[in-house]
Design a protein around this ligand. Structure first.
Ligand SMILES: Cc1ncc(COP(=O)(O)O)c(C=O)c1O
Ligand SMILES: N[C@@H](CCOP(=O)(O)O)C(=O)O
Length: 464
């Protein structure tokens, strides 16, 4: 399997290079040159597999022959050994709802599914090929702690995570800042998640800096993130249908950076019988507006909502979708992105907008609607939704045969839960005692220069 850039500016590379490159060297995102097609008999056979075995099957064609199958299997088995549910990502019934619980990993959010694997993969590749990696990532709350947990204490790896100061939940913040391993560096930037993500991308686009400091990516700009997240769509479909490929399932996906729903889109393009893919956004509704109008227009403000991990205006993986929407026409992607850069918006033509409406539904929820959904679901079934999941469940109303992705444990957002139902969700053991622990974090201005200077200082041979 080879990987290309959405902007057409790099020669094809293999899986290992794609994982280590993170953001493509021309500023685009890496995508597979072709999408493997899974036929109905294979889907049926896969529906009986354990999550780990399914992951091995799905990843194999994307990895190609770069990692021997038995070694890939070990990486996968080890990644999911830290999950507390035997099914890894179970589908459970809550009243009428089908909930795909993605929060049974060490940091209680769906990010663990990919980042436990990616941490192992980085460690394996560094041990095999030599070198070291300095990860720089941006988080609106969940990627940060999951990435930190995935690489803490691993040799040859340093991790720097930027979060927007005061814009993640107290538990999310403590999950990151109470990890005191020497290779973990938390940075609170005085800005929004979009500011943090722009800084990370600027650092990756500074190719001499990227190469001098061996930067690596844990955000969903890294293809391995998308790949690992694709697995649970197949898994949930198998659990819902028993492998009957005449049965289609819809998915409601709480969306911010477009990584999770893009993984669902990839699954559908691989042949998984998905009916509707529902993009669920909060008040930061750029993607919902895009699906409904064909215009992707960046607003002036990133609103703070009760679902803070989705407080994102500029959705990183949207560029990957545009690439497939335009059948891999990189020149067209560059033109659309140039429009976005100069005017703050891009518009797809009517024919492509029609395709967007075939590919996705989209719906936004206000905070009031989010709280009402948490309250209604708890009243109907006793099940407590996290506010992000509630945005998804709200969007799934009236959709039959739908699976709602539960992207985080509700206890990570107990202020919202308390507000909705008058009590908190019980803390899982992984989240207990965080508020009493020692923490470490520095604060920086939300500028590329400030972060660059910090990295230079932290990574200089005299400091280390
Ligand atoms: C709990 C939670 N739900 C949903 C999302 C949105 O996922 P994505 O950014 O992949 O669209 C995030 C952040 O990524 C999150 O942390
Ligand atoms: N919601 C995310 C934002 C970063 O998204 P990613 O999937 O690109 O890592 C978070 O919780 O940090």
């Amino acid at each position: 399997m080879h990987y290309l850039s959405t902007r057409g500016g790099i020669a094809p590379i293999g899986f290992t290079d794609a994982v280590m490159m993170g953001l493509a060297s021309d500023g685009g995102l890496l995508v597979p040159a072709e999408i493997p097609q899974i036929d109905p008999p294979t889907l049926r056979a896969w529906s009986a597999l354990r999550f780990q075995d399914l992951a091995l099957e799905i990843m194999t064609p994307f990895v190609g022959n770069e990692i021997p199958r038995h070694e890939l299997k070990i990486l996968i088995e080890s990644a999911y050994s830290s999950f507390t549910h035997p099914e890894i990502t179970p589908v459970i019934k809550a009243g009428d709802l089908n909930i795909l619980e993605l929060f049974h990993g060490p940091t209680a959010a769906f990010k663990d599914v990919a980042l436990q694997f990616l941490g192992n993969l980085f460690e394996y590749l560094l041990a095999r090929d030599g070198g070291q990696l300095n990860i720089v990532g941006a988080t609106s709350g969940d990627t940060g702690s999951a990435a930190i947990d995935g690489v803490r204490g691993k040799s040859g790896i340093q991790i720097f995570i930027l979060h927007p100061k005061g814009r993640v939940s107290p538990i999310q913040e403590r999950q990151m800042t109470t990890v005191l391993d020497a290779n973990v560096h938390n940075i609170a930037v005085r800005g929004t998640f979009d500011d943090a993500q722009n800084i990370v991308k600027a650092l990756f686009n500074d190719l001499s800096f990227k190469s001098a400091y061996q930067l690596g990516a844990v955000n969903s700009i890294n293809w391995a993130r998308i790949l690992a997240q694709t697995v649970y769509y197949f898994y949930a479909w198998g659990r819902m249908t028993g492998g009957d490929s005449t049965q289609q399932i819809s998915f409601a996906v709480p969306t911010g950076n477009f990584g999770d729903v893009f993984a669902g889109y990839l699954a559908k393009r691989m042949g998984l019988p998905i009916d509707r893919l529902i993009i669920a956004t909060n008040r930061n509704d750029i993607l919902t507006r895009f699906v409904n109008t064909g215009i992707y227009a960046v607003g002036d403000t990133v609103y703070q909502t009760l679902s803070p991990a989705m407080d994102i205006q500029i959705a990183s993986n949207f560029e990957r979708y545009l690439y497939f929407l335009y059948d891999g026409d990189a020149a067209q992607i560059r033109a659309l992105l140039a429009d976005l850069q100069t005017t703050g918006q891009l518009t797809v033509d009517a024919a492509h907008q029609a395709q967007v409406r075939i590919d996705f539904d989209a719906k936004a929820a206000s905070d009031v609607e989010t709280l009402a959904q948490i309250q209604a679901t708890e009243a109907a079934s006793g099940y407590i939704l996290c506010p992000h999941t509630a945005v998804g469940v709200h969007a799934a109303q009236n959709q039959s045969n739908c699976v709602c992705l539960a992207t985080a444990h509700p206890a990570k957002f107990n202020d919202a839960v308390q507000n909705a139902i008058g009590r908190e969700a019980p803390l899982p053991s992984s989240l207990q005692g965080l508020m009493e622990k020692e923490s470490r974090c520095i604060e920086l201005a939300a500028t590329v220069d400030a972060v660059k200077a910090h990295l230079e200082e932290a990574l200089s041979p005299t400091t280390r």
